[in-house]
Design a protein around this ligand. Structure first.
Ligand code: FAD
Length: 315
């Protein structure tokens, strides 16, 4: 069976949920091979999870991330050349998109970006802010595919997980190295792109102080906090939590939009959420066009009531 390379996204010895989704999606195209790039000892911590989700092989490239910029690019490129896989799967993220583009250029592969479903016939993409679904197919061998987190349900399937070491070659002429890497987290809250529930606030929240209303509802649900660009530009919430075309792409089980109008650029980052609840005092707000449940009302009244109801149900 054809091999499918899956780049493992991991942080501090933990596999990100998006990797399990990639391993699940890869099975539709062939036999998944996980590619782990990280400091010595990383693969040992991740192997059980990768096997549980169907990794037949685990390629291990040991490197200190400060040694090279994006060592994943050289590792994946050399694996594409030596193994001739059916495809390369990478999760959509700022890093993932950059790695995918560079691997595609280096290996002369087609690049299929922001995919929401894969099959042997091709890929499905959510385009123009989720307004259209497009089907695509690469005309080259081993296409590089970036899959949007949350678009595939991760399902376990046992894999042999045979480990194989891979060399990390420095690219010629490389002069830049990484001096430090700080993971961006929202404190005790789940990571925005990994969270199964996201509560986002927009300009309607009105101030940085009042974002505590958004945070309180998020915490009652164990959710991540997001923000619209207008909220970020107004200084209400930090940029790393921006959802949308120029922010993060999220696809949680539940997305709650508080005081967000629903501009196309915001929708681009959240429209594939499984269930969308919008709270907006303007009944004409475009967010209601895509909301599964809409509440026309003042977020400062509705959010605390929702929070109270959640607390009651938790008992
Ligand atoms: P507004 O459009 O001002 O909406 C605020 C909403 O809050 C209104 O609908 C109002 O009725 C409601 N409201 C006010 N008070 C209350 C209250 N008390 N209770 C309930 N509702 C209330 N935007 C993004 O979000 N993410 C992006 O990544 C992004 N990228 C962009 C890229 C480009 C190139 C461009 C041009 C724009 C981009 N934008 C992005 C901006 C986008 O076009 C919108 O301007 C932005 O999404 C609006 O944010 P908002 O909905 O919070 O604010």
């Amino acid at each position: 069976m054809a091999e499918v390379l899956v780049l493992v996204d991991h942080l501090e010895g933990e596999i990100k949920k998006s990797t399990y989704e990639l391993l699940t999606a890869a099975r539709a195209l062939g036999e998944p091979s996980a590619v782990v790039v990280g400091p010595a000892g990383t693969a040992g911590k991740l192997a059980d999870g990768l096997k549980e989700y169907g990794a037949a092989k685990i390629y291990v490239a040991e490197t200190d991330s400060s040694e090279f910029l994006s060592p994943e690019v050289s590792v994946l490129s050399s694996l594409v050349e030596s193994k001739d896989p059916a495809a390369v799967l990478i999760a959509v993220s700022a890093d993932g998109k950059e790695i995918a583009g560079r691997v595609a250029v280096r290996t002369g592969s087609g690049l299929l970006g922001d995919v929401v479903a894969v099959s042997p016939e091709g890929t499905t993409h959510s385009v123009f802010g989720g307004a259209f679904i497009a089907e695509a197919k690469s005309n080259t061998a081993h296409p590089v595919i970036t899959l949007r987190p949350g678009s595939v349900d991760a399902e376990p399937a046992p894999g042999a997980g045979a480990e194989e070491a891979v060399e990390v070659a420095a690219a010629g002429g490389r002069s830049a190295t990484v001096s430090s890497r700080e993971p961006i987290t929202g404190g005790d809250r789940p990571e925005l792109t990994e969270a199964s529930v996201v509560v986002s606030g927009g300009r309607g929240v009105g101030s940085a102080d009042d974002f505590s209303v958004v945070e309180a509802l998020a915490d009652s649900l164990g959710a991540a906090v997001g923000a619209s660009r207008a909220a970020v530009d107004s200084g209400y919430y930090p940029h790393q939590f921006q959802v949308g075309q120029t922010g993060k792409t999220v696809s949680p089980q539940l997305y709650i939009a508080l005081g967000i109008s629903g501009a196309i650029q915001h929708r681009a980052g959240m429209q594939t959420s499984k269930t969308i609840i919008a709270v907006n005092k303007d009944p004409e707000a475009p967010i209601f066009e895509i909301a599964d449940y809409g509440v026309v009302g003042d977020l400062f009244k509705v959010a605390p009531q929702l929070q109270e109801e959640v607390a009651k149900r938790k008992g």
